[in-house]
Design a protein around this ligand. Structure first.
Ligand code: GRG
Length: 294
């Protein structure tokens, strides 16, 4: 199967399971909560993180079905971060995933609570997943709470807010990117490794390469912030620039940023080859993360 078909097939499985985990027939008193969560969660998004989880699981010899609910939990955490990031008190973005942001179609309060709900529900899903052993549940919950929390995404977001309008060094920027974006990409890979019972030696290699990939993913986001704006508006209207943010592009230029992302990808692919993966999909998906156009 071609990698694009493999991704599309898995993205479909993820879409279906997400819809089952947050059903649309849920009645009051939670009616609007489920409607809001489904609005942001379903029918949009590239599903890169959950697809990575399924691909790691399969690459290391376990059935991807075992990882499907965990993969969906990761997508719930990711979607919560997008809902909160779009709020007026954060990035104040009116559009997300090709439609108005949740706070534009429901109230800001609803958007805060829908995000809170998706985050907590993710842990509920893992705790009740019949495919996981008690040990795996604890390992996954520990990993995700760390990567989504103060030592990961939230910590990175706070550092990012505090860096706005200031000149920061490349090392500091790297640290912010690794935490804010990289930690959840890394968690997506490592959750697959936990479920496939990958040995701790191999897991350490996967951790290192997943951190490099996560950083590369955010570097590409920095590049797309400029180049996709150029395509869309016919001139460079960068939202990072408007917010006075230091990015890989402001520090290294577009070409320098591209080279930095490519270098991290090459390093990650060499480490992955050393693990003798059973399929080509994981390497192809890693390349796609870094060579994506949106
Ligand atoms: C506000 C709790 C909170 C956290 C903020 C991850 C994050 C931290 C904010 C999201 C905003 C953002 C643009 C982060 C950079 C990471 C990134 C490129 C997110 C978008 O991920 P994609 O491209 O999006 O995978 P889709 O919609 O395809 O899932």
């Amino acid at each position: 199967m071609e990698t694009k078909d493999y991704i599309a097939k898995n993205a479909e499985h993820i879409e279906r399971r997400l819809s089952e985990l947050i059903p649309d027939n849920h009645q009051e008193p939670h009616g609007n909560l489920f409607t809001g969560a489904r609005y942001s969660l379903l029918g949009g998004g590239k599903r890169l993180r959950p697809v990575l989880t399924l691909a790691v699981c399969e690459t290391f010899g376990a059935s991807p079905e075992k990882a499907l609910s965990t993969a969906c939990a990761i997508e719930m955490i990711h979607t919560y971060s997008l809902i909160h990031d779009d709020l007026p008190c954060m990035d104040n973005d009116d559009f997300r995933r090709g439609k108005p942001s949740l706070h534009k179609v429901q109230s800001e309060g609803h958007a805060v609570l829908a995000g809170d709900f998706l985050l907590t529900h993710a842990f509920d899903v893992i705790a009740n997943d019949a495919h996981l052993t008690p040990h795996q549940k604890v390992d996954i919950i520990a990993l995700l709470s760390r990567c989504a929390g103060g030592e990961g995404m939230i910590g990175g977001q706070v550092m990012d807010i505090e860096a706005e309008g200031k000149a920061i060094t490349l090392d500091r920027l790297k640290q912010i990117h690794r935490l804010k974006t990289g930690a959840m990409i890394s968690a997506s890979i490592l959750c697959g490794a936990i479920i496939a019972e990958v040995s701790s030696d191999k897991r350490n290699i996967l951790r290192d390469l997943s951190e490099d990939l996560g950083l590369a993913f955010q570097i590409v986001d920095d590049i797309l912030d400029v180049t996709a704006s150029e395509k869309k508006h016919g001139k460079a209207i960068s939202s990072d620039e408007t917010k006075g943010k230091t990015t890989y592009v402001t520090l290294l230029g577009i070409e320098g940023a591209r080279q930095a992302a490519q270098h991290l990808l090459d390093k990650a692919l060499i480490s992955l080859e050393g693990l003798k993966p059973e399929t080509k999909y994981l390497g192809d998906i890693a390349s796609l993360l870094v060579n994506r156009a949106f």
